[in-house]
Write a protein that binds this ligand. Structure first.
Ligand SMILES: Nc1ncnc2c1ncn2[C@@H]1O[C@H](COP(=O)(O)OP(=O)(O)OP(=O)(O)O)[C@@H](O)[C@H]1O
Ligand SMILES: [Mg+2]
Length: 224
């Protein structure tokens, strides 16, 4: 792995249903530290599967995948890698409804050794960054869709991940709220120099990235 590549993938293959479905069919991909990448492609082409592989939510069968210096095919326990290096933002923010906004942001730190006062300080600082400090004690069910997505972004950043994986982060939002979320992600990307990999169906959203990858039938078609 070269110093500047934070993600290196070669001939990655992932099947479902005992090999019947080839979700990834030989992905080759290198992403540099601090790059902002958009991933586009038709429904079912393998975009979410690829993000899940990068974030070690699931394992591939063939090929190599190294992320932040860790060989994801060979490392047994990836929970620490996941909580330390990766921030996930999904289309459906999946906040926990019976915890407060503040507690939802703190969740990724529960697995770490961060002390409770420090957890609170960090969570509040991020809620301030996403413009929701005044909602810290509220229940997420009381927030709008865009506000919930901003909470999810704060949560994704709380362990200072080197990589943010965003799977259609604006897919469930109206375009105005979506733009707020996108600008937030983009400014966090440039301020904190995290690597941002984002799946989107919207060409104008994809254009915001340094590079656009097109996934088709589990392969990367071309990049621009
Ligand atoms: N858990 C699973 N079990 C079985 N098949 C799956 C599973 N997850 C995905 N697939 C299949 O793998 C292929 C790739 O799915 P994936 O979710 O990566 O597509 P996608 O590009 O993210 O699509 P979309 O734009 O609709 O979100 C599809 O054929 C899908 O049906
Ligand atoms: Mg998907």
């Amino acid at each position: 792995m070269t110093e500047e590549n934070v993600i290196e993938i070669h001939n990655l293959q992932k099947t479902y249903d005992k090999g019947k479905i080839k979700a990834l069919n030989g992905i080759d991909l290198e992403i540099k530290k601090g790059e902002f990448i958009s991933i586009m492609g038709p429904s079912g082409s393998g975009k979410s599967t690829l993000l899940n592989m990068i974030g070690a939510l699931d394992r591939a069968e063939e090929g190599t995948i190294k992320v932040a210096g860790i060989d994801l095919m060979k490392t047994r326990d990836l929970s620490e890698f996941r909580s330390q290096e990766i921030g996930f933002v999904f289309q459906m923010h999946n906040l926990i409804p019976n915890l407060s906004v503040l507690e939802n942001v703190e969740i990724p730190m529960y697995e770490t050794r961060v002390k409770s006062e420090e957890m609170r300080r960090r969570a509040l600082e991020l809620l301030e960054a996403v413009g929701l400090k005044d909602k810290a004690d509220k229940n997420p069910t009381k927030l709008s869709g865009g506000e919930r997505q901003r909470v999810a972004i704060a949560r994704a950043l709380v362990n200072h991940p080197s990589i943010i994986l965003a799977d259609e982060p604006t897919g469930a939002l109206d375009s105005k709220t979506g733009d707020v979320i996108l600008n937030l992600l983009k400014s966090l990307h440039s301020k904190k120099q995290v690597t941002l990999v984002m799946v989107t169906h919207e060409p104008y959203v994809a254009e915001m990235a340094d590079r656009i990858l097109h996934v088709l039938d589990g392969k990367i078609n071309n990049s621009s």
